[in-house]
Design a protein around this ligand. Structure first.
Ligand code: CXF
Ligand code: ZN
Length: 366
């Protein structure tokens, strides 16, 4: 079958819209007609060659769509089901066996190597290999092949065009708060970075009843959005010292902090902003080999903790439908962050995300 897709051919260059061939799904694969796909920062990092994904490749890892064909071994979904495609996992390693799929021992090969486990690709162009299976989907295309491990069925009552970002960015922020940090009612929380991930964490903190919610960002428009979404305090670190300000607001520091920037200096500040026994989560990827430093006595003597978090430590089959339901009820309004583009406008969507004009772009396939 022929499909229309956005192909990353040259490092750092715009994606090109091309007609490709896609194979029929194998016995253990699922063909999805993509309705819409979110654009995540990780797509851009890979386009820029900072992770070992081979080019040319079809990126896209926040796909939402309708199942159109299933391989003979598939029992999890049927043709016509509405689905979200999330990150892939092996299903066999100790983490997967223990339902911690975001810590799959094969997370990098399954999501970044852009090939099936046997090395083949379902995508090609007149005989030329195009790498696919990025995050088990490659959903910057009108059709995508995915797997039982990364397909999540969602109720047809939800607006499918909106749901793609739940697959990565939104579940990463919300899950950090709800699943990893497990913030509970009355606690104080500071999020560093008010992009789509940070604002999702903030909305989740409000859902769980955090009392003090501080957003830190250098962009005043993002801070205004943070206040609209429930931040009780906002801090622009270009004007004041964030740690000092957080200490003033809370007296002792926050119970929980979350860094979404991946920047070493910001992480250090986030840890310095913790009250005794506070926990800081980090989830942003920085350049390979980046080191972080802590004030040893401050960290140790207060019983403070630092934890890495991937994909919000979510069990996607449970967490994605739950976030969709909270959104439908108006209690998790991530729709406030999105702007829609057509597939032909994908480079504009990427540009608007890079300049900060759009918090969360979604590319609609038709
Ligand atoms: C990624 C970020 C880098 C580490 C693995 C998970 N999330 C997807 O965008
Ligand atoms: Zn992502």
């Amino acid at each position: 079958m022929q499909i229309k897709a956005a192909v990353a051919r040259v490092q750092g260059a715009p994606l090109s819209i091309e007609a490709l061939d896609i194979e029929d799904p194998r016995d253990n694969e699922i063909l999805v007609k993509v309705v819409a796909t979110g654009v995540c920062h990780t797509d851009l990092v890979v386009r820029d060659g900072m992770l070992p994904t081979p080019l040319p490749v079809v990126l896209g890892h926040e796909g939402a769509g309708i199942v159109t064909k299933v391989g003979r071994a598939i029992s999890k979904v049927d043709v016509g089901d509405h689905v979200v495609m999330t990150f892939n996992s092996c299903g066999r390693c100790p983490s997967c066996q223990d339902h911690h799929v975001s810590y799959c021992h094969e997370f990098f090969p399954r999501n970044f190597f852009a090939a099936r486990a046997d090395g083949t690709s379902a995508l090609s162009k007149q005989g030329e290999r195009i790498n696919g299976n990025f995050f088990g989907q490659s959903s910057f295309a009108c059709h995508a092949i995915c797997h039982e491990a990364n397909v999540v069925k969602v109720d047809a009552k939800f607006d499918l065009e909106l749901l793609g970002p739940l697959a990565c960015g939104i579940q990463t922020g919300a899950g950090a708060v709800m699943n990893a940090l497990k913030i509970s009612a009355g606690k104080s929380f500071a999020v560093f970075g008010a992009g789509s991930v940070g604002l999702s964490a903030l909305m989740a903190a409000r859902v769980v009843g955090a009392a003090t919610i501080v957003a830190v960002d250098t962009n005043d428009d993002r801070l205004a959005m943070a206040r609209e979404l429930g931040a009780t305090h906002t801090i622009n670190p270009t004007r004041v010292d964030a740690t000092e300000e957080i200490t003033k607001i809370t007296g002792y520091g926050v119970n929980f902090a979350l860094d979404t920037t991946g920047m070493a200096a910001v992480i250090r500040g986030a840890v310095m902003s913790l009250a005794p026994m506070g926990t800081c989560g980090i989830l942003g990827a920085s350049a390979m080999g980046t080191e972080i430093t802590l004030d040893e006595v401050h960290f140790m003597s207060g019983g403070r903790r630092l934890m890495g978090i991937v994909e919000g430590e979510s069990v996607p089959e449970v967490f994605i439908p739950m976030l969709a339901e909270l959104n439908a009820q108006g209690r998790f309004p991530f729709d406030r962050l999105v702007k829609f583009y057509s597939l032909d406008q994908i480079n504009e969507a990427i540009h608007d995300s890079e300049t900060g004009k759009t918090i969360k772009p979604i590319v609609r396939m038709s």
